[in-house]
Design a protein around this ligand. Sequence first.
Ligand code: 13P
Ligand code: SF4
Length: 302
Amino acid sequence: MILAEEIAKLKKEKNAIILAHNYQRPEVQDMADYIGDSIELSRKAMEELEAKIIVFAAVDFMAESAAILNPEKKVLLPSPGARCPMAQMLTVEEIKRAKTQHPGVPVVVYVNTLAKAKAQSDICCTSANAVQVVASLKADKVLFGPDRNLAEYVQRQTGKTVIPIPEWGFCPTHLLFQPEDIQILKIEQPHAVVLVHPECTSEVQKMADFVGSTSQICRYAKKSCAKTLIVATEEGVLHRLRKDNPEKTFILAYAGAVCPNMKLNTLERIYASLKEEKYVVKVPAPIAKKARKALERMFELR
Ligand code: 13P
Ligand code: SF4
Protein backbone atom coordinates (compact mmCIF):
# COMPACT_ATOMS: atom_id res chain seq x y z
CA MET A 1 0.00 0.00 0.00
CA ILE A 2 2.84 2.37 0.92
CA LEU A 3 4.43 1.54 -2.40
CA ALA A 4 1.23 2.44 -4.24
CA GLU A 5 1.30 5.82 -2.46
CA GLU A 6 4.94 6.36 -3.43
CA ILE A 7 4.10 5.53 -7.04
CA ALA A 8 1.23 8.03 -6.95
CA LYS A 9 3.62 10.72 -5.63
CA LEU A 10 6.21 9.99 -8.33
CA LYS A 11 3.53 10.03 -10.99
CA LYS A 12 2.52 13.55 -9.99
CA GLU A 13 6.12 14.79 -9.74
CA LYS A 14 7.05 13.44 -13.14
CA ASN A 15 3.74 14.01 -14.92
CA ALA A 16 3.33 10.32 -15.71
CA ILE A 17 0.38 8.01 -16.27
CA ILE A 18 0.17 4.26 -15.87
CA LEU A 19 -1.66 2.19 -18.48
CA ALA A 20 -2.35 -1.41 -17.48
CA HIS A 21 -3.57 -4.36 -19.51
CA ASN A 22 -6.53 -6.41 -18.25
CA TYR A 23 -4.09 -9.26 -17.41
CA GLN A 24 -2.06 -7.26 -14.89
CA ARG A 25 -1.84 -8.23 -11.23
CA PRO A 26 -4.82 -6.96 -9.17
CA GLU A 27 -2.67 -4.44 -7.24
CA VAL A 28 -1.33 -3.04 -10.53
CA GLN A 29 -4.83 -2.76 -12.03
CA ASP A 30 -6.00 -1.02 -8.86
CA MET A 31 -3.42 1.75 -9.06
CA ALA A 32 -3.42 2.26 -12.85
CA ASP A 33 -4.86 5.37 -14.47
CA TYR A 34 -6.40 3.32 -17.23
CA ILE A 35 -7.08 -0.39 -17.73
CA GLY A 36 -7.98 -1.93 -21.07
CA ASP A 37 -7.46 -4.39 -23.89
CA SER A 38 -4.72 -3.90 -26.45
CA ILE A 39 -6.65 -1.59 -28.78
CA GLU A 40 -7.98 0.58 -25.98
CA LEU A 41 -4.49 0.96 -24.51
CA SER A 42 -3.01 1.83 -27.92
CA ARG A 43 -5.70 4.41 -28.52
CA LYS A 44 -5.23 5.87 -25.07
CA ALA A 45 -1.45 6.10 -25.60
CA MET A 46 -1.96 7.68 -29.03
CA GLU A 47 -4.39 10.31 -27.74
CA GLU A 48 -2.56 11.17 -24.52
CA LEU A 49 -1.69 14.88 -24.49
CA GLU A 50 -0.90 15.85 -20.91
CA ALA A 51 1.51 13.24 -19.56
CA LYS A 52 5.23 13.32 -20.37
CA ILE A 53 5.80 9.70 -19.37
CA ILE A 54 3.65 6.64 -20.08
CA VAL A 55 4.38 3.61 -17.90
CA PHE A 56 3.06 0.65 -19.84
CA ALA A 57 2.20 -2.20 -17.49
CA ALA A 58 1.86 -4.94 -20.11
CA VAL A 59 4.23 -6.67 -22.54
CA ASP A 60 6.73 -5.54 -25.19
CA PHE A 61 4.53 -5.25 -28.29
CA MET A 62 1.93 -3.09 -26.53
CA ALA A 63 4.58 -0.66 -25.22
CA GLU A 64 6.21 -0.60 -28.67
CA SER A 65 2.89 0.36 -30.27
CA ALA A 66 2.52 3.21 -27.75
CA ALA A 67 6.01 4.46 -28.56
CA ILE A 68 5.24 4.31 -32.30
CA LEU A 69 1.89 6.06 -31.97
CA ASN A 70 3.07 8.80 -29.63
CA PRO A 71 6.77 9.40 -30.25
CA GLU A 72 6.74 12.64 -28.20
CA LYS A 73 6.29 10.68 -24.96
CA LYS A 74 8.76 8.63 -22.98
CA VAL A 75 7.26 5.13 -22.87
CA LEU A 76 8.52 2.88 -20.08
CA LEU A 77 8.18 -0.89 -19.81
CA PRO A 78 8.73 -1.75 -16.12
CA SER A 79 10.13 -5.23 -16.87
CA PRO A 80 12.36 -5.65 -19.91
CA GLY A 81 11.66 -9.39 -19.77
CA ALA A 82 7.91 -8.89 -20.26
CA ARG A 83 7.95 -10.19 -23.82
CA CYS A 84 4.97 -11.88 -25.44
CA PRO A 85 6.22 -15.23 -26.81
CA MET A 86 3.60 -15.20 -29.56
CA ALA A 87 4.86 -11.84 -30.83
CA GLN A 88 8.27 -13.45 -31.43
CA MET A 89 6.70 -16.14 -33.65
CA LEU A 90 6.23 -13.96 -36.73
CA THR A 91 9.61 -13.05 -38.21
CA VAL A 92 10.33 -10.64 -41.03
CA GLU A 93 11.73 -13.58 -43.04
CA GLU A 94 8.47 -15.51 -42.60
CA ILE A 95 6.43 -12.56 -43.88
CA LYS A 96 8.75 -12.11 -46.86
CA ARG A 97 8.54 -15.82 -47.64
CA ALA A 98 4.73 -15.74 -47.50
CA LYS A 99 4.59 -12.64 -49.72
CA THR A 100 6.75 -14.39 -52.34
CA GLN A 101 4.54 -17.48 -52.21
CA HIS A 102 1.32 -15.44 -52.40
CA PRO A 103 2.08 -12.35 -54.50
CA GLY A 104 -0.43 -9.53 -54.16
CA VAL A 105 -2.18 -11.06 -51.13
CA PRO A 106 -2.54 -8.45 -48.34
CA VAL A 107 -0.72 -9.05 -45.05
CA VAL A 108 -2.71 -8.51 -41.86
CA VAL A 109 -0.74 -8.71 -38.64
CA TYR A 110 -2.12 -9.14 -35.18
CA VAL A 111 -0.98 -6.33 -32.89
CA ASN A 112 0.82 -9.10 -30.94
CA THR A 113 3.87 -8.72 -33.21
CA LEU A 114 7.14 -6.83 -33.02
CA ALA A 115 7.39 -3.45 -34.77
CA LYS A 116 9.61 -4.88 -37.50
CA ALA A 117 6.87 -7.38 -38.44
CA LYS A 118 4.23 -4.63 -38.42
CA ALA A 119 6.50 -2.65 -40.75
CA GLN A 120 6.18 -5.47 -43.32
CA SER A 121 2.39 -5.57 -43.16
CA ASP A 122 -0.48 -3.76 -44.86
CA ILE A 123 -2.65 -3.37 -41.79
CA CYS A 124 -2.75 -4.36 -38.10
CA CYS A 125 -5.63 -5.75 -36.11
CA THR A 126 -6.36 -6.72 -32.51
CA SER A 127 -8.60 -9.44 -31.14
CA ALA A 128 -11.32 -6.78 -30.85
CA ASN A 129 -11.41 -5.87 -34.54
CA ALA A 130 -9.70 -8.69 -36.51
CA VAL A 131 -12.96 -9.69 -38.23
CA GLN A 132 -13.78 -6.09 -39.14
CA VAL A 133 -10.24 -5.46 -40.46
CA VAL A 134 -10.21 -8.55 -42.71
CA ALA A 135 -13.80 -7.91 -43.87
CA SER A 136 -12.82 -4.35 -44.84
CA LEU A 137 -10.20 -5.56 -47.34
CA LYS A 138 -11.24 -6.07 -50.96
CA ALA A 139 -9.23 -9.31 -51.25
CA ASP A 140 -10.86 -12.72 -50.71
CA LYS A 141 -7.57 -14.12 -49.48
CA VAL A 142 -5.30 -12.65 -46.78
CA LEU A 143 -2.06 -13.61 -45.05
CA PHE A 144 -2.56 -13.40 -41.29
CA GLY A 145 -0.18 -13.90 -38.38
CA PRO A 146 1.04 -14.94 -35.96
CA ASP A 147 -1.99 -16.45 -34.15
CA ARG A 148 -3.37 -19.47 -35.99
CA ASN A 149 -6.42 -19.70 -33.72
CA LEU A 150 -7.39 -16.08 -34.36
CA ALA A 151 -6.80 -16.69 -38.09
CA GLU A 152 -9.25 -19.63 -38.01
CA TYR A 153 -11.79 -17.52 -36.11
CA VAL A 154 -11.54 -14.72 -38.69
CA GLN A 155 -11.88 -17.23 -41.54
CA ARG A 156 -15.06 -18.65 -40.03
CA GLN A 157 -16.54 -15.21 -39.41
CA THR A 158 -15.67 -13.60 -42.75
CA GLY A 159 -15.84 -16.59 -45.12
CA LYS A 160 -12.53 -15.40 -46.65
CA THR A 161 -9.42 -17.56 -47.05
CA VAL A 162 -7.16 -16.64 -44.14
CA ILE A 163 -3.66 -18.09 -44.54
CA PRO A 164 -1.85 -18.35 -41.20
CA ILE A 165 1.78 -17.18 -41.06
CA PRO A 166 3.57 -19.05 -39.61
CA GLU A 167 1.33 -22.12 -39.89
CA TRP A 168 1.64 -22.87 -36.19
CA GLY A 169 1.58 -19.54 -34.26
CA PHE A 170 -0.08 -19.69 -30.83
CA CYS A 171 -0.35 -18.18 -27.36
CA PRO A 172 1.01 -20.66 -24.78
CA THR A 173 -1.42 -19.40 -22.12
CA HIS A 174 -4.60 -19.68 -24.21
CA LEU A 175 -3.56 -23.09 -25.50
CA LEU A 176 -4.03 -24.38 -21.94
CA PHE A 177 -7.83 -24.25 -22.25
CA GLN A 178 -9.30 -27.60 -23.27
CA PRO A 179 -12.87 -28.30 -24.44
CA GLU A 180 -13.19 -31.13 -21.88
CA ASP A 181 -12.72 -28.71 -18.96
CA ILE A 182 -15.48 -26.47 -20.28
CA GLN A 183 -17.76 -29.46 -20.91
CA ILE A 184 -17.44 -30.52 -17.26
CA LEU A 185 -18.00 -26.98 -15.99
CA LYS A 186 -21.12 -26.75 -18.18
CA ILE A 187 -22.48 -29.96 -16.64
CA GLU A 188 -21.88 -28.54 -13.16
CA GLN A 189 -23.26 -25.11 -14.09
CA PRO A 190 -25.88 -25.70 -16.82
CA HIS A 191 -27.05 -22.06 -16.83
CA ALA A 192 -23.60 -20.55 -17.06
CA VAL A 193 -22.53 -18.66 -20.18
CA VAL A 194 -19.10 -19.29 -21.70
CA LEU A 195 -16.87 -16.35 -22.67
CA VAL A 196 -13.81 -17.16 -24.77
CA HIS A 197 -10.84 -15.21 -26.12
CA PRO A 198 -10.16 -15.93 -29.83
CA GLU A 199 -6.57 -17.01 -29.02
CA CYS A 200 -8.12 -20.23 -27.65
CA THR A 201 -8.32 -23.19 -30.05
CA SER A 202 -11.22 -23.45 -32.51
CA GLU A 203 -12.64 -26.37 -30.47
CA VAL A 204 -12.85 -24.10 -27.42
CA GLN A 205 -14.13 -21.13 -29.46
CA LYS A 206 -16.99 -23.29 -30.76
CA MET A 207 -18.18 -23.92 -27.19
CA ALA A 208 -18.51 -20.20 -26.48
CA ASP A 209 -21.63 -18.09 -26.10
CA PHE A 210 -19.39 -15.13 -26.81
CA VAL A 211 -15.92 -14.76 -28.37
CA GLY A 212 -14.10 -11.46 -27.94
CA SER A 213 -11.17 -9.41 -26.71
CA THR A 214 -10.53 -9.03 -23.00
CA SER A 215 -12.48 -5.75 -22.75
CA GLN A 216 -15.27 -7.06 -24.99
CA ILE A 217 -15.57 -10.00 -22.57
CA CYS A 218 -15.85 -7.50 -19.69
CA ARG A 219 -18.58 -5.52 -21.46
CA TYR A 220 -20.50 -8.68 -22.39
CA ALA A 221 -20.34 -9.93 -18.79
CA LYS A 222 -21.71 -6.64 -17.48
CA LYS A 223 -24.72 -6.72 -19.80
CA SER A 224 -25.40 -10.45 -19.44
CA CYS A 225 -28.30 -11.66 -17.32
CA ALA A 226 -26.38 -14.83 -16.45
CA LYS A 227 -25.41 -15.23 -12.81
CA THR A 228 -22.52 -17.58 -13.50
CA LEU A 229 -19.97 -17.02 -16.24
CA ILE A 230 -17.20 -19.38 -17.36
CA VAL A 231 -14.21 -17.46 -18.68
CA ALA A 232 -11.51 -18.80 -21.02
CA THR A 233 -8.78 -16.18 -21.04
CA GLU A 234 -5.88 -15.17 -18.79
CA GLU A 235 -6.81 -15.10 -15.10
CA GLY A 236 -6.04 -11.36 -14.62
CA VAL A 237 -9.35 -10.45 -16.26
CA LEU A 238 -11.24 -12.07 -13.41
CA HIS A 239 -10.12 -9.31 -11.04
CA ARG A 240 -11.83 -6.69 -13.18
CA LEU A 241 -14.86 -8.91 -13.83
CA ARG A 242 -15.41 -9.58 -10.11
CA LYS A 243 -14.85 -5.93 -9.17
CA ASP A 244 -17.34 -4.69 -11.78
CA ASN A 245 -19.94 -7.42 -11.13
CA PRO A 246 -19.88 -8.35 -7.42
CA GLU A 247 -23.27 -10.08 -7.73
CA LYS A 248 -22.06 -12.55 -10.41
CA THR A 249 -19.87 -15.64 -10.16
CA PHE A 250 -16.90 -16.00 -12.52
CA ILE A 251 -15.16 -19.33 -13.06
CA LEU A 252 -11.81 -19.51 -14.83
CA ALA A 253 -12.14 -22.39 -17.31
CA TYR A 254 -8.63 -23.60 -16.44
CA ALA A 255 -7.14 -22.55 -13.11
CA GLY A 256 -3.54 -22.46 -14.38
CA ALA A 257 -4.14 -19.98 -17.20
CA VAL A 258 -1.54 -17.38 -16.24
CA CYS A 259 0.60 -15.33 -18.62
CA PRO A 260 3.93 -15.23 -16.76
CA ASN A 261 5.15 -12.40 -18.99
CA MET A 262 2.28 -10.09 -18.07
CA LYS A 263 2.82 -10.88 -14.40
CA LEU A 264 6.42 -9.61 -14.43
CA ASN A 265 5.14 -6.10 -13.74
CA THR A 266 5.07 -5.90 -9.94
CA LEU A 267 4.46 -2.73 -7.92
CA GLU A 268 8.16 -2.77 -6.96
CA ARG A 269 9.21 -2.80 -10.62
CA ILE A 270 6.73 -0.09 -11.55
CA TYR A 271 8.11 2.06 -8.74
CA ALA A 272 11.72 1.51 -9.87
CA SER A 273 10.72 2.10 -13.48
CA LEU A 274 9.17 5.46 -12.69
CA LYS A 275 11.93 6.55 -10.31
CA GLU A 276 14.81 5.70 -12.64
CA GLU A 277 12.84 6.25 -15.86
CA LYS A 278 13.66 2.81 -17.21
CA TYR A 279 13.24 0.83 -19.43
CA VAL A 280 12.67 3.27 -22.26
CA VAL A 281 11.00 1.67 -25.28
CA LYS A 282 12.62 2.81 -28.52
CA VAL A 283 11.76 1.79 -32.07
CA PRO A 284 14.19 2.75 -34.88
CA ALA A 285 12.65 5.59 -36.95
CA PRO A 286 12.40 3.81 -40.36
CA ILE A 287 10.66 0.79 -38.78
CA ALA A 288 8.43 3.01 -36.63
CA LYS A 289 7.32 4.98 -39.71
CA LYS A 290 6.19 1.87 -41.60
CA ALA A 291 4.66 0.18 -38.54
CA ARG A 292 2.74 3.35 -37.75
CA LYS A 293 1.10 3.28 -41.18
CA ALA A 294 -0.21 -0.25 -40.52
CA LEU A 295 -1.52 0.79 -37.09
CA GLU A 296 -3.11 3.97 -38.44
CA ARG A 297 -4.91 2.06 -41.20
CA MET A 298 -6.50 -0.01 -38.44
CA PHE A 299 -7.56 3.08 -36.48
CA GLU A 300 -9.07 4.63 -39.62
CA LEU A 301 -11.63 1.79 -39.64
CA ARG A 302 -13.05 2.90 -36.29
P1 13P B 1 -6.69 -8.25 -25.90
O1 13P B 1 -6.46 -7.32 -27.03
O2 13P B 1 -7.95 -9.00 -25.99
O3 13P B 1 -6.53 -7.52 -24.61
O4 13P B 1 -5.59 -9.41 -25.97
C1 13P B 1 -4.24 -9.20 -25.86
C2 13P B 1 -3.55 -10.45 -25.53
O5 13P B 1 -2.34 -10.50 -25.45
C3 13P B 1 -4.34 -11.63 -25.34
O6 13P B 1 -3.54 -12.67 -24.94
FE1 SF4 C 1 1.22 -13.02 -25.35
FE2 SF4 C 1 -0.48 -14.95 -24.68
FE3 SF4 C 1 0.61 -13.45 -22.79
FE4 SF4 C 1 -1.24 -12.44 -24.46
S1 SF4 C 1 -1.53 -14.06 -22.93
S2 SF4 C 1 0.67 -11.46 -23.84
S3 SF4 C 1 -0.70 -13.51 -26.35
S4 SF4 C 1 1.66 -14.86 -24.16
